[in-house]
Design a protein around this ligand. Structure first.
Ligand SMILES: NC(=O)C1=CN([C@@H]2O[C@H](COP(=O)(O)OP(=O)(O)OC[C@H]3O[C@@H](n4cnc5c(N)ncnc54)[C@H](O)[C@@H]3O)[C@@H](O)[C@H]2O)C=CC1
Ligand SMILES: O=C(CO)COP(=O)(O)O
Length: 373
């Protein structure tokens, strides 16, 4: 009997996460075409199976082939994974659009919103590509690229309006060290990845100032409440924010020196200006560009985000980093209930506790949620 041909997939963007995801897919059995902008990088990957600028010391599987021709990557691929900096996605989709056909699955691996429109990456994809939204998916979770490239075990969530699409992506992207769960909460899964970056910048700032674990734990915990309130106001399920794409990623990003958002925050906390930080960062720290559009979206729905507001003030140079912590909870002198970011946001309060209660019961009873998240 002849074995079925391996699935062919494309990854667009050969930075640290795009290259790592190409390895994940290849190790899951797919033949992967990895698109890189620069020809010297495609030459290096094809000749040496390495991407030394972004994943030093990592050998890529032989079934990852690189190209800098978008058509070569996309035509004939069953699934196309986009992994470029969020602010450049639209221009890359414009280049890709003539080669994409309905029926191909398009996946976002990115964790930013578009600055100009405030749109999530899946929304930009839906606007620019000639495909049914049922064929769009997003992947998010506690996924620091270098750890995964070293095959340290971890998990992620694949989300799509269509459970069938999410399952096809999860099957392709699951291997011996990377496990994908599925859900249909696209806004929750995507916003989890965007919002944790902003909280990681805040945690980095206080770390840079020299504050310790109490301050960081306070910001992480209050940050999760803030993330949940925001995401729920934009249609997310609160459970998603208590899962891998919310709490899971928040912990990984706030804890790890590998995180670029955390690192950018630490430099700000040490007194560098935003301009200096951007100059020093060699890789993408999406949180820096997402702060302004997220705050505009928060204001539009009346969501209070005191931590993100303070990050924005530190970025603008109008708040001394050392003053970020005392303002953690509220501007008011009146004591407030712990969950009440704003009395008008009753959904936030209920949603946050509800999601924790459900997560707790699942853990205690050993039952997985239907989404597995
Ligand atoms: N690195 C990580 O651990 C993870 C990153 N992500 C997300 O993946 C996305 C990409 O991040 P990374 O791969 O980490 O960034 P990176 O900074 O490592 O690589 C970015 C890549 O995009 C390329 N690029 C820059 N401008 C471009 C343009 N105009 N058009 C096409 N390509 C361009 C660069 O040459 C580079 O290859 C971000 O949204 C990030 O939040 C998500 C999960 C984990
Ligand atoms: O998203 C990530 C981990 O899940 C990577 O975080 P950074 O972009 O801050 O490095």
């Amino acid at each position: 009997m002849v074995a079925p041909a391996a699935r062919r997939v494309a990854v667009i963007g050969a930075g640290s996460w795009g290259t790592t995801f190409a390895k994940i897919l290849a190790d899951g059995g797919s033949n992967v075409t990895l698109w890189a902008r620069r020809e010297e990088l495609t030459n290096e990957i094809n000749a040496t199976h390495r991407n030394s600028d972004y994943l030093r010391g990592i050998a890529l599987p032989k079934n990852v082939k690189a190209t800098s021709n978008m058509a070569d990557a996309i035509v004939g691929a069953e699934q196309i994974y986009f992994c470029v900096p969020a602010q450049t996605l639209r221009e890359n989709l414009v280049t890709a659009a003539p080669f994409v056909t309905d029926g191909q699955i398009v996946v976002s691996l990115m964790k930013g919103v578009e600055k100009r429109t405030g749109q999530r990456m899946s929304e930009v994809i839906a606007e620019e590509l000639p495909i049914d939204p049922q064929y769009i998916a997003v992947v998010s979770g506690p996924n620091l690229a270098l750890e995964i490239a070293k095959e340290q075990p971890t998990a992620a969530v694949v989300s799509s309006e269509s459970l069938e699409t999410a399952s096809l992506v999860a099957t392709a992207a699951t291997n011996r060290y990377f496990r994908c769960f599925v859900n249909t909460d696209v806004p929750g899964t995507e916003f989890g990845g965007v919002l944790k970056n902003l909280i990681a910048v805040a945690v980095g700032i206080v770390d840079g100032v020299g504050y310790g674990h109490n301050t960081k734990a306070s910001i992480i915990t209050r940050g999760l409440a803030e993330m949940t309130d925001f995401a729920v106001a934009y249609g997310a399920q609160p459970e998603t924010l208590a899962g891998l794409a919310g709490l899971g990623d928040l912990i990984a990003t706030c804890e790890s020196p590998l995180s670029r958002n955390n690192t950018a925050g630490r430099l700000l906390g040490q007194g560098y200006t935003l301009t200096d930080v951007i100059k020093q960062m060699k890789q993408t720290a999406e949180g820096l560009a997402s702060v302004a559009p997220i705050l505009s979206l928060a204001h539009a729905r009346g969501v209070d985000m005191p931590i993100v507001e303070q990050v924005s003030q530190v970025l603008a140079g109008t708040l001394d980093p050392k003053d970020i912590a005392p303002h953690l909870t509220t501007d008011s002198d009146e004591p407030q209930g712990e969950r009440a970011l704003d009395d008008s946001q009753t959904y936030g309060r209920g949603a946050f506790w509800g999601s924790f209660k459900r997560a707790f019961h699942q853990l205690r009873d050993g039952s997985g949620s239907p989404s597995g998240n």
